[in-house]
Design a binder for this molecule. Structure first.
Ligand code: AMP
Ligand code: GLY
Length: 428
């Protein structure tokens, strides 16, 4: 039995809480783990206590972990990792799941990430780094084709412009380097060649040297059916993703994960935590689009039910730096999850709308993970852009889809919208 603080308040943290509660000694068994969430959401209240501390307030999170004498802190989002939460906890002798500030630069600085890939010989898009707008635009013009323009730092998903013309790429460069529209995060840009192919989300849990792969997943980034409309944080996910064949998965481990972990250790920043490899796969060849240093959201809602293993042992083993005794398999069947979003998400989501249909028990194999929700008196109301993620696991992907959408159909609020084609790449 352990006391665990989960940092964050999305469907990722709710799903990790569900995984931890189901683990040996978890809250689902007598004398199980005790879970705290900072800040959590209306769904995590069913698993433990919510504490009103922001997921990016490092000093307050350290004080909370000390006051509550927690055994393990599981950090969900990237921002506190890049701000050094794990370093600050370690300095107080508190064990934490997630990379140090130095290792979190794999997500926090795209220039650092490309440098590590180059040193490690990891396949990724060709690139160049600029802090001068004229030099950057000259590079685009001499390339003679549109490039992908990426702000170096964290921009909550707004820092990548996949330009379709040379002018659009130059305009993105001006907005970042000349007009400072993305602040410090956009003072340096990475220009990348456009990679063709299909994307997948490949997660490995790492203890510094070893890496445990989880089920390969696929996200749906655009807001509307048929992959149309603006980019979002993710509108739904499923696993396993058939584009990641056993051969592709093996190549990701040998050509990407192993050399990256070695290069990070050589750079004095051994990687502990979860490395989320954003892949582009073209004709069976995987290349890295990006590294994230935390679990994907909504991917986590399909990764948790697909792991036939103990979530506490996995996260605690990574945090201790020793996963040598950890054994897990991917479960048979498939999992699929549908994000239910608020009116006007992703532009300017409406909040405060009461949610109906949450009271009925969900069928076996399904789960309603909360994201932007909060309790308001007796009601549960919307409190963010992505409000709920409805997940299901079943013997086949089609059954998981049907089970998830049957639950989606019972839940409603004013302005709710979701995609109706999650899993289309695998289901046809
Ligand atoms: P990132 O945050 O780097 O993953 O970029 C966000 C999205 O932009 C990715 O999920 C891809 O859809 C797209 N993207 C980023 N880099 C490239 C690239 N080099 N080629 C094609 N698409 C890209
Ligand atoms: N769903 C993509 C991400 O978490 O970055």
């Amino acid at each position: 039995m352990a006391r665990i603080l989960v940092v964050g308040g999305g469907s990722r943290e709710h799903a990790l809480g569900v995984g931890l509660a189901a683990s040996a000694g978890g809250a689902a068994s007598p004398g199980g783990h005790e879970l705290l969430f900072a800040p959590g959401n209306a769904g995590t209240l069913a698993l433990g206590r919510n504490v009103a501390v922001s997921a990016s307030d490092v000093p307050a999170l350290v004080a909370l972990a000390e006051r509550e004498a927690v055994d393990l802190v599981v950090v969900g989002p990237e921002l506190p990792l890049t701000l050094g939460l794990v370093d600050a906890l370690s300095a107080k002798g508190i064990r934490a799941f997630g990379p140090t500030r130095a290792a979190a630069r794999l997500e926090g600085s795209k220039a650092f990430m490309k440098d590590i890939c180059e040193r490690a010989g990891v396949p990724t898009a060709a690139y160049a780094v600029f802090d001068d707008a004229d030099a950057a635009k000259a590079h685009v013009r001499s390339a003679g084709r549109p490039l992908v323009v990426k702000a170096d730092g964290l921009c909550a998903g707004k820092g990548v412009v996949v330009a379709s013309t040379v002018d659009e790429a130059c305009d993105a460069i001006d907005r970042m380097l000349l007009r400072g529209e993305l602040g410090d995060a956009g003072r340096v840009v990475v220009l990348e060649e456009l990679l063709p192919g299909e994307e997948a989300s490949f997660h490995v849990v790492c203890d510094g040297t070893r890496a445990i792969p989880l089920a390969a997943a696929q996200d749906h980034k655009r807001v509307f059916d048929g992959d149309r409309g603006p980019n979002t944080g993710g509108m739904g996910a499923y696993a396993p993703a058939p584009i990641v064949t056993p051969q592709v998965a093996a190549e990701v481990m040998t050509a990407i994960v192993t050399p990256t972990l070695r290069a990070m250790a050589d750079a004095g920043a051994p990687f502990r935590g979860v490395l989320f490899v954003g892949l582009m796969i073209d004709a069976g060849k995987p290349r890295v689009l990006e590294f994230n240093v935390r679990f994907g959201d909504p991917e986590t809602t399909v990764l948790v039910p697909m792991l036939d293993g103990d979530w506490f042992a996995l996260l605690d083993g990574a945090a201790r730096g020793d996963l040598s005794g950890f054994e897990a398999e991917t479960r048979p069947g498939a999992a699929l999850a549908v994000v239910m979003a608020a009116e006007r998400y992703p532009a300017s989501p409406a909040t405060g709308d009461p949610i109906e249909g949450l009271d009925a028990p969900t069928p076996p194999g399904t789960c309603v993970y909360h994201a932007g929700t909060k309790r308001d008196g007796g009601a549960i109301v919307t409190a963010g852009g992505r409000v709920l993620t409805v997940g299901a696991r079943a013997a086949t992907l089609a059954e998981a889809r049907d089970a998830a959408y049957a639950v989606v159909a019972r839940i409603r609020w004013r302005g709710e919208h979701h995609r109706s084609d999650i899993g289309h790449r695998a289901l046809g």
